[in-house]
Each structure stands twice: as C-alpha cells, then as structure tokens.
Write a protein that binds this ligand. Structure first.
Ligand code: CTP
Ligand code: MG
Length: 547
C-alpha cells in the first residue's frame, strides 16, 4: 500500500474501533462470542515460538535492494514473512516457510575472516550480508519500508492526541501508537529463540519463554524483554518411574537449595551469553536478588533483556494479566493510558528505586475496574472458582489456579465510556485510604493493611507479599497529587473539550500528559518534612530492591 492508501485504511480502522467501542455493553452476546474465539496466551506463544524457530536475523547495508535481497535468500526456500528495521544499523528479520531452509542457508554461509582479532567459533542465527555492492539500491527503497521499533516521543504523542475529537478517541489512539506491533512481537520471540540456542548447549531440552509486558498485552514499544529459562521438561521426565521392577535413573549433582541451583545455572548461562553470544553486550549477573537474573542488552534488536529461571509464579501472573486484557478492550486502553500518564509525570521510571512500577500500576487499574458498579472484570477468586481440573496449579505452596477457558467467564453489562473510567480512576485513587487499606485483586475489595508500607498491593498469587514494597511516602504522595490534579483538569471545560477553530492546543488526555504543576511542589515540600531516618530507610529499601 502507498502512504495515502495506508492513511485512509488507518482512519477507517480507527472509525471501526470507535464504533466497536461505542457498542460495548449493548452487545453483550457479540462480546461473549468474541471471547470464545480468543486464543489463550499458551496458544499465542506456541505459534510465535514456532515462527521464531524458522527465522533468522540479518544485518545488512541501509541501501540494500529489497528485491535482490529476497531473490538471494529465496534460493534456500520460500520466505513467509520479512521486514527491515533499524537498531545500531539496518537489520532484516526473515521467516522461512520451512525450517529446513535454515540448514541450506547455514551451509552457504561463510566464517568471517578477521585480521587482527580471533573469532569465537559459535554459529548462531544472527548473520551479516556481505560483499553486495551490486545489491545496493540508489533510491533508498528500504529506508521507506523500515519498521519503527520504538514509540514516538511524548511531545509528538501530545500533538497527535490534541487533533482527536473525543477523549475516548484519544485513549484508543494512545494504545494504537504505543502497543507492540506484530513485527516487534516477532522480534521478541526471535531473541528468546536465539538465546535458547545458547542455553541448549548445556540443556538441550530447555526452552526460553517470554513473560511480563512483552506478552501480557500491556507492552509498550521499547519495553524490556523478560525471559524465563524453562527446565521443567527435564524434571518432569525424572518424575516418571515404574512402581516395581528395574529402572535406570540419571546420576545428578545435588545442591543445597533450588535457589542455589537457579543461581549456578544462570551464572553459567550468563557467562555463555557474555562470551559467546553475538550481539549480547553489558551482561550483568544479579544473582543475589529475590529473583536471580542475568541482565544484558541484545544490540541487534535493541532490547534490554532480563533472563530469569525458576520463576513460574511470574509466568502465572503474566497469563492472568493477559486474560484480563482480553476480557474487555477497555482494560488494555486504560492500562496503556495510565502507564503513559505515570511515565510522563515521573511516577514510574526506567531506573529501579522507590517509584511505583508498571506492574503495580496495572494491578491498581485492574482493582479499580473490579470496584466499578457493576464490575467490569471479575475478581481472581471468581476466576479460580470457574477453573476446571486441568487448570489446577500450585507453585511453591501458592494456589495459582484460575480458569483458562475464556468462554466460561460471563461479564456483567457495564457500559461506561473510557472518558468516564479515566476520570473515575483519578478520583478513586485521589481519595483512596492508602494509610489503612491494601489493594487486593484476588478479593476485589480493600483489605486491612497487614504491614505499614506506604502503598500495599497484595501479590495476586503470593498473598503475603506486597508488590509495591519499594514505594516510599514521597512517591505515593506524588501519585495522589497528580491524580487529584488530573481529576480536576478533566472537570474543567477549557481543558476537557477540544478548542475548535484554533490550532490544536493540548486538551483532554493530551493536557493530562503535560508537565504537572503540583507534583514537583508537593514532592519537594514533603521531602523537606520527611525525617532523616525515613529517608535513610527508603534509600536502603530501594537499594535492596535494586540488588
Ligand atoms: N512480576 C511479579 N511480581 C512482581 C513484579 C513482577 O509477578 N513484584 C511479574 C509480572 O508478571 C510482571 C513480570 O514479572 O509482568 C515482569 O516484571 P516487570 O518487567 O517489572 O514488569 P512488566 O509488566 O514487564 O512491565 P514493564 O513494561 O515495565 O517491563
Ligand atoms: Mg518487563
């Protein structure tokens, strides 16, 4: 499609989206049917993993001629999908129709010849296209086709939102701009698959699965890639033993705890990634954290990667968030909006510390939607009661059971608009009794705080844990102050309606993303009043979390 046709198609799709949104609630049957057609996260992941296994990543010159490039690669087999993108240079992700094509491609690939250094002889599916002067296109064709892998800057977003006609449209537009694209999602699964090739050198039966915002439906372009080294296949096989007669078992080393095993596996894989993984840089082993991890940057994709192992509760919470996001489109729209709003006001940060995290914010949005009348989404206890026998899951003594069959979930008919929900969200948390109450999406109601943390959000599956243990009083106060301010802005006619005739100035959601007048002042005042002991305590807490 040319740019004009693309523009019209996009506008048409946006209209369809608005129409669909307006008919929410009035067409409960259609929504139920749609849910029945929803794929489980497990099915989506299986499909993406299989695609990734058939894919390669190729570094190429920015003026590579697309047609010649495809002709050249098609010698090895049919290409199912490809796209170009930029990350420290131009890359192409190429997915073949059959996996056998990869063997043919590898046979034809050469080992690089280097004059002053030595190469590490580890072959991977990350390749470079060389000696192709004749393949360069004079008219920069590829540049135009390049897929963006990062989201637009906030000032551009504000301009875009100011041109929309309603707050509901602004909210859906924000989701459109920020959500992961089809291509970015493929790239994430390919990076997991490339890493699996490294881990497979030690553990051939292992897989690397993505979790967190890369797959839970709430990921923004540019978010980190959380990965999990899954060795369960290996332990399951060991569990199978006959009741009588002879059998063989593997001789295996034993360690003092599961944590010690996780630490040593991650340590070794971390070294491999560091020393043999092409494109993997800045590898840090953070093995003493509550959840040990290896952190690095995968340069060819530009992703900041966190690799963990034995982290099955986090996988369950990813599945749960995905399910909530699929139940009603307003869930994802509201989560994207609140996450973006929080980032614009420095309520969340890319640096670990005493800030509220995106995960905590998401749980707060879910809780708010459970508290609507009638509720927009069910409680986790409701979802557990709907579970079938195959859904049963107990991890380290924690009940992680909830329904996986979306069609069993019947929602109540709530027809509130996104605008109304956004206003009410700010109002809800501007007046929430944070000093006494804890947020629980398991129960769908406020509980008495079991400990004196400023913000208490019960971990959905490990109910004795507080998801927002790291948050200090200053950060919570800033959150409340910006909620109050945003709620106020949405009630003012000048800021909550589009200004017709004039050049669009920020209004509605766009106005809420502009720098806050209250957050800085309140934050500073509060900090001065906070006793030194409190500041030292929160500093220590944030250091602990960082570790
Ligand atoms: N998680 C959890 N408990 C926590 C923190 C995280 O169960 N206290 C799980 C959640 O499933 C979360 C995932 O680990 O989605 C990854 O955590 P994180 O990267 O912090 O959050 P994301 O949801 O991925 O959001 P972001 O886009 O900020 O990375
Ligand atoms: Mg993440």
């Amino acid at each position: 499609l040319n740019m004009k046709a693309r523009g019209s198609l996009l506008k048409f799709l946006q209209k369809v989206d608005t129409f669909v949104h307006r008919t929410i609630g009035t067409n409960v049957v259609a929504a139920q049917e749609e849910r029945e057609g929803c794929k489980s996260l497990y099915a989506v992941e299986a499909e993406r993993q299989e695609q990734a296994e058939r894919s390669v990543l190729i570094s190429c010159h920015s003026r590579t001629n697309e047609k010649k490039f495809l002709n050249f690669l098609s010698r090895h087999g049919d290409i199912n999908k490809y796209f170009f993108y930029e990350s420290y240079g131009m890359y192409a992700l190429v997915e073949f129709t059959n996996q056998e094509s990869l063997s043919s491609l590898f046979e034809a690939a050469a080992i690089p010849s280097v004059s002053h250094e030595s190469i590490v002889p580890f072959k991977s599916r990350l390749l470079s296209l060389r000696n192709l002067g004749s393949m360069e296109s004079p008219n920069h064709q590829v540049g135009q086709q390049c897929q963006l892998q990062t989201s637009i800057p906030i000032n551009k977003l504000i301009q875009r939102l100011s041109r929309e006609e309603s707050i509901d449209q602004q909210i859906t537009s924000l989701t459109d701009v920020y959500q992961l694209t089809e291509e970015n999602s493929r790239l994430r699964f390919l990076v997991c698959s490339l890493l699996k090739d490294i881990a497979a050198a030690y553990f051939p039966e292992s897989t690397i699965k993505a979790f967190g915002s890369s797959v839970n439906g709430f990921g923004k372009l540019g978010c980190d890639l959380d990965m999990f080294l899954d060795l369960d296949g290996i332990s399951e096989k060991c569990a199978k033993m006959p009741r009588s007669g002879l059998w063989l078992e593997y001789q295996m080393k034993q360690a003092i705890s599961e944590r010690a095993v996780t630490q040593s596996i991650l340590s070794v894989i971390g070294d491999c990634v560091d020393q043999f993984g092409p494109g993997c840089v800045g590898v840090q082993k953070i093995l003493n954290a509550r959840c040990p991890l290896v952190r690095f940057t995968h340069q060819p994709s530009g992703f900041q990667c966190d690799l963990t192992a034995n982290n099955r509760v986090a996988i369950k919470s990813t599945e749960l968030l995905y399910l909530y996001g699929e139940l009603d489109p307003r869930v994802r729209h509201l989560v994207f909006t609140v996450r973006c709003w929080a980032r614009a006001h420095g309520i969340t940060s890319s640096i670990p510390g005493a800030w509220i995290t995106n995960f905590s914010l998401t749980v707060m949005v879910l809780f708010f939607l459970q508290r609507r009348s009638p509720p927009i989404i069910p409680t986790l206890d409701n979802l557990r009661d709907l579970a079938g026998p195959t859904d049963k899951s107990v991890i380290e003594g924690n009940d992680c059971t909830f329904v996986s069959d979306f069609s069993k979930i019947h929602l109540q008919s709530n027809t509130e608009t996104l605008e109304k929900l956004l206003c009410e969200f700010f109002e809800f948390y501007a007046t929430f009794a944070f000093n006494k109450m804890s947020i629980s999406i398991r129960k769908g109601k406020e509980l008495n705080k079991p400990e004196m943390a400023p913000l208490h959000i019960q971990n959905p599956f490990e109910s004795s844990l507080n998801v927002s243990k790291n948050v200090n009083v200053t950060q919570l106060d800033r959150f409340v102050a910006v909620c109050q301010e945003s709620s106020w802005l949405l009630q003012q006619k000048e800021t909550s309606t589009p200004n017709e005739g004039k050049a669009p100035t920020p209004w509605g959601l766009a106005a809420l993303l502009m720098p806050s007048k209250v957050a800085g002042i309140k934050g500073r005042k509060k900090r001065r009043r906070e006793p030194a002991s409190e500041r030292i305590k929160s500093l220590l807490e944030s250091l602990k979390t960082t570790n």
